[in-house]
Design a protein around this ligand. Structure first.
Ligand SMILES: Nc1nc2c(ncn2[C@@H]2O[C@H](COP(=O)(O)OP(=O)(O)OP(=O)(O)O)[C@@H](O)[C@H]2O)c(=O)[nH]1
Length: 493
C-alpha cells in the first residue's frame, strides 16, 4: 500500500497511470454530458486535470505530466478530428495550461486556492486569459486546418467560454479533494433543510421540459440561492462538488434535448447555459472560498490572542515577582513582608496558633561600611540574606529584607522556648559565616535579634507584634549585640 503523504509528495508512476486514466475519463465525461448533438461544447473539463496536477505538485515533473495528458488528449480528440487537427488542438490545450500555470506561479498564487486573492488570480490566469488564448489559437486551427465555416470570433468565443468554465468548475474541485481538509463541518438541522431544499429544486429542474413544469418556469437559475446557502455552510469541498454536479447536469439536460433554458436556438441555449454556470461558479466557489478564508483568519486571530494572553500572563508573573523581591539580596522585600505578615496574622488568629516574628539587625554595620567600603557592605548583606534564605528553605519559614541592614523572619513555633532556640541558632549561623569585621568586638559580622511570640486575638493588630519585636531588638543591642532577646508581649499590647 502506498502511504497517502508519500503518494502526494512527488508524482510517482502510480500517480502518472491514474492521471492518464483520469484525464481520459474526464474527456469521456465531457463528451457524455457537456457536448451538444450539434457539437457545441458547453464546458471542457480535461484541461483542469493537468492544471490541478501541476498546482498540486508545484510543478514537479511538469514535462512528464504534460506529455501524459497531451497523449490522452490526442487519443480522445481522434474521435472527432483527423489526427493532425487532433494533435494541433491538444497542443493548444497544452499551451493554455502552461500559460495559466506560469502566470499563477509568477503572481505567487497559492496552489491551494484557499484565499479569495488566490482564487481571483486563478480566474484571471486560467478562465479569463489562458482560455481566451486557447480560443484565439483553436479558432485558427479549426478554420485553417479543419475548414470550419463558422465565423472566427464565434469559434474563438465558444472555445474560450467552454474551456474557461471547465477550468473554473473542475480545478477547485480537484484541488479541494486532493488536499487535506482543514476545517470540520458542524452542521445543524437548518443545514440539512437547505440541502434537502436544494435536492428538491434540482429534482424539479431535472423534471422540467423546456424550462417549465405545467406552464410554471423552472430553470436551473432557481438553484442559485440554494447554492449560496450551501457555500456558506458546507465548506469549499462540498460546494465545488455541488457546483460541478449542477453544471454538468445542466449541460446534460441540454445535450439530451430537454432545453432547460426554454425553447431557444442552440447557440443561444449554449450562451445561457454558460452564463448560468459562470454565475453558479462565482456565487458558489467564490462564497465558499471567502468564508473559508474568513474562518482561517478568525482561527489565526484567536490563536494570536491566546499567544499574547500567555505572554502577558508570563510578564505579569515576572513583574509581580520583581515587585515583591529585594533588588540587592534577591529575597522578599518589605512590601511582600507586609502582605505575608497580614496573611499569617489572620491565619494564626483563626487557628489560635502562636505566630513568631523575629527582627534581625546587622551589628555595627556603619563601621563595617566605613572600614571596608559600601560595596563590601552590599556583599555582606547578600551573604547574610543567603544564609537566612537557606534557613527558610529548610524550615518553611518566611524571610525578608525589612529595610537597610535589617531583616525579618515570620515563623510558626510551639511556644517561646522553641522560638528562642530557633533565633539563637540563626544568630550563631550568621557569626559562623566568619565574615571579618575588624572594628567589632566579635571580630566577625554578627546580628542582634528581637523575637516576639504572640497568639493573636480578635482585638489585636499585627502592628503590636512588630513593636514588640523592635523593642526586643533594641534591648539586644543595648545588652551588647550578637544576641537574641525575647519580647515581653504583654507589656506592649
Ligand atoms: N552597604 C550598604 N549599607 C547599608 C545599606 N542599607 C543601610 N546601610 C548602612 O547600614 C548602616 C546602619 O547603621 P546604623 O543604623 O547606625 O547602625 P549600625 O552601625 O549597624 O549599629 P548598630 O545597629 O547599633 O549595631 C548605615 O551606615 C547605612 O548606610 C545597604 O543597602 N548597603
Amino acid at each position: 500500500m502506498i502511504k497517502r503523504e508519500k503518494f502526494w509528495q512527488r508524482p510517482g508512476w502510480v500517480f502518472c497511470l491514474l492521471l492518464a486514466l483520469f484525464h481520459f475519463a474526464s474527456v469521456k465525461l465531457t463528451f457524455f454530458c457537456a457536448v451538444t448533438p450539434e457539437n457545441a461544447v458547453v464546458v471542457w473539463l480535461p484541461n483542469a486535470v493537468l492544471l490541478a496536477a501541476l498546482l498540486r505538485f508545484r510543478g514537479q515533473r511538469a514535462p512528464l505530466l504534460a506529455a501524459i495528458t497531451f497523449t490522452s488528449d490526442v487519443l480522445a480528440n481522434l474521435n472527432a478530428f483527423p489526427w493532425y487537427e487532433a494533435v494541433l488542438l491538444s497542443a493548444v490545450n497544452l499551451a493554455e495550461i502552461t500559460f495559466t500555470y506560469q502566470i499563477m506561479t509568477r503572481s505567487r498564487a497559492s496552489p491551494r486556492l484557499h484565499r479569495l486573492k488566490d482564487l481571483v488570480k486563478f480566474i484571471i490566469a486560467g478562465p479569463v486569459f489562458g482560455a481566451m488564448l486557447a480560443g484565439l489559437l483553436a479558432a485558427v486551427v479549426l478554420q485553417q486546418v479543419g475548414g470550419a465555416t463558422t465565423s472566427y470570433f464565434t469559434l474563438a468565443r465558444v472555445w474560450w467560454f467552454g474551456d474557461g468554465l471547465g477550468l473554473l468548475i473542475y480545478t477547485p474541485l480537484l484541488l479541494a479533494y486532493t488536499q487535506p481538509q482543514r476545517q470540520r463541518l458542524k452542521l445543524t438541522r437548518l443545514d440539512d433543510a437547505a440541502l434537502g431544499l436544494t435536492l428538491m429544486l434540482s429534482f424539479a429542474v431535472l423534471s422540467a421540459h423546456g424550462g417549465e413544469i405545467d406552464g410554471v418556469s423552472v430553470t436551473p437559475t432557481l438553484l442559485l440561492p440554494a447554492v449560496a446557502v450551501i457555500a456558506f455552510r458546507f465548506g469549499v469541498r462540498l460546494t465545488t462538488l455541488l457546483v460541478a454536479l449542477i453544471s454538468l447536469s445542466t449541460a446534460m439536460l441540454m445535450t439530451t434535448g430537454l432545453k432547460p433554458f426554454g425553447d431557444v436556438p442552440i447557440h443561444l441555449e449554449v450562451v445561457r447555459a454558460q452564463e448560468f454556470i459562470l454565475t453558479l461558479c462565482i456565487i458558489g466557489i467564490g462564497f465558499a472560498v471567502l468564508l473559508s478564508e474568513l474562518q482561517t483568519r478568525e482561527r489565526e486571530l484567536e490563536s494570536r490572542v491566546r499567544e499574547r494572553t500567555r505572554e502577558l500572563e508570563q510578564s505579569n508573573a515576572r513583574l509581580a515577582a520583581i515587585s515583591a523581591t529585594d533588588g540587592l539580596t534577591g529575597i522578599a522585600n518589605r512590601r511582600r513582608f507586609d502582605e505575608t505578615l497580614t496573611g499569617e496574622w489572620n491565619r494564626a488568629r483563626r487557628s489560635k496558633q502562636p505566630l513568631v516574628l523575629a527582627l534581625l539587625d546587622v551589628d555595627l554595620f556603619k563601621q563595617y561600611n566605613d572600614h571596608y567600603g559600601h560595596q563590601c557592605g552590599d556583599d555582606a548583606l547578600r551573604a547574610i540574606a543567603a544564609e537566612l534564605a537557606r534557613h527558610a528553605r529548610r524550615s518553611g519559614d518566611f524571610v525578608a529584607r525589612y529595610g537597610g541592614e535589617e531583616f525579618a523572619l515570620i515563623a510558626q513555633a510551639s511556644g517561646e522556648d522553641h522560638a528562642l532556640a530557633m533565633a539563637e541558632r540563626l544568630c550563631r549561623s550568621i557569626a559562623t559565616l566568619r565574615m571579618p569585621h575588624a572594628t567589632s568586638p566579635f571580630e566577625v559580622l554578627t546580628v542582634s535579634i528581637g523575637v516576639a511570640v504572640f497568639t493573636p486575638g480578635q482585638q489585636d493588630s499585627w502592628d503590636d507584634l512588630l513593636k514588640a519585636a523592635d523593642v526586643a531588638l533594641y534591648r539586644a543591642k543595648q545588652l551588647g549585640r550578637n544576641r537574641v532577646e525575647l519580647a515581653d508581649v504583654e507589656s506592649v499590647t
